[in-house]
Write a protein that binds this ligand. Structure first.
Ligand SMILES: O=C(CO)[C@H](O)[C@H](O)COP(=O)(O)O
Length: 228
C-alpha cells in the first residue's frame, strides 16, 4: 500500500482514535489509504472483542483489508444508510478535503456523503491553511482529452496519472482514468467543485467541500480531534 506524508505511528494514532468512535450495531464506511487502513484494522480488533458492526468498503483495497480484519461487510444497497464513515485525506483545511491519492475518491465520496458523520483520519502533514493540493478528477477514458481541455479553461494544469509497476495510466476500480489537476491555491473550493462536477465525462473529483465532521490528527503519542 502506498504511504505518503507523516509517520506510520501518526497514521496509526489517527486511525485508532477514530475507530474508538464506532458504536455497536452500526454501519461503518471504510475509507481507503494507509491511514484509513489503521482504522480498519482497529475496528477489526474491536469486532474480535464483540463489537457488532457492518462495514461498507470504498475500494478493492479497503474490502480486502476489512475481510482480513474480520469485519462483516454490506453494501449501500443493502444497508440503505451509513452511520459513520472513517476516511483519509491528502489535504485538509477546516472541514474541506482533497482526496483521491489512491484514486478511490468516487466511491469514497458516495459512502462519505451518505454517512451521518464523516471522521477523517490524517497525519499532521495533511493540514493546510488553504487547499493547494492537486485535485484528482476521475474521467471516463473517452473523455480524458476533452476534460483535460476544460480543466485548462478553468485555469488548471491536468496530468494523466501514470501507474507504478505497470506501463500506462492508473485505471480506477471503476475502469476509468485519473487527471491530477493543479490549480495552485484554491481560493473558492465550492466554486471549483461545482465547475469540475459539471464537466461532461468527469465521473467524480476529489474536492470534498465541507464534508468532514471530525478530523483525527495523529501524533506520535495520541491524536487531536478537530470538530466542525
Ligand atoms: O483519498 C484517498 C484514497 O483515494 C486516501 O484517503 C488519501 O490518499 C490519503 O491516503 P493516506 O492515508 O495513505 O495518506
Amino acid at each position: 500500500m502506498k504511504s505518503t506524508g507523516g509517520s506510520d505511528a501518526e497514521k496509526r494514532a489517527a486511525g485508532e482514535s477514530a475507530a474508538e468512535a464506532v458504536e455497536d450495531g452500526t454501519v461503518v464506511g471504510l475509507g481507503t489509504g494507509s491511514t484509513a487502513a489503521h482504522a480498519i484494522r482497529a475496528v477489526g480488533r474491536r469486532v474480535d472483542s464483540g463489537l457488532d458492526v457492518r462495514g461498507i468498503p470504498t475500494s478493492f483495497q479497503s474490502r480486502q483489508l476489512a475481510k482480513e480484519a474480520g469485519i462483516p461487510l454490506t453494501t449501500l444497497d443493502e444497508a440503505g444508510t451509513v452511520d459513520l464513515a472513517i476516511d483519509g485525506a491528502d489535504q485538509f483545511s477546516g472541514p474541506h478535503l482533497v482526496k483521491g491519492g489512491g484514486a478511490a475518491h468516487a466511491r469514497e465520496k458516495i459512502v462519505d456523503a451518505a454517512a451521518d458523520r464523516l471522521l477523517v483520519v490524517a497525519d499532521p502533514s495533511k493540514a493546510a491553511e488553504r487547499l493547494d493540493h492537486s485535485v484528482p478528477v476521475e474521467v471516463l477514458p473517452d473523455a480524458r482529452t476533452t476534460v483535460a481541455a476544460e480543466v485548462r479553461g478553468l485555469g488548471g494544469s491536468p496530468t494523466l496519472r501514470s501507474a507504478e509497476r505497470k506501463d500506462g495510466p492508473v485505471v480506477t476500480d471503476n475502469g476509468n482514468l485519473v487527471l491530477d489537476c493543479e490549480f495552485g491555491t484554491i481560493a473558492n473550493p465550492a466554486e471549483l467543485a461545482a465547475d469540475l462536477a459539471g464537466l461532461p465525462g468527469a465521473v467524480e473529483h476529489g474536492l470534498f467541500v465541507g464534508m468532514a465532521d471530525e478530523i483525527h490528527v495523529g501524533r506520535e503519542d495520541g491524536a487531536d480531534v478537530k470538530t466542525f
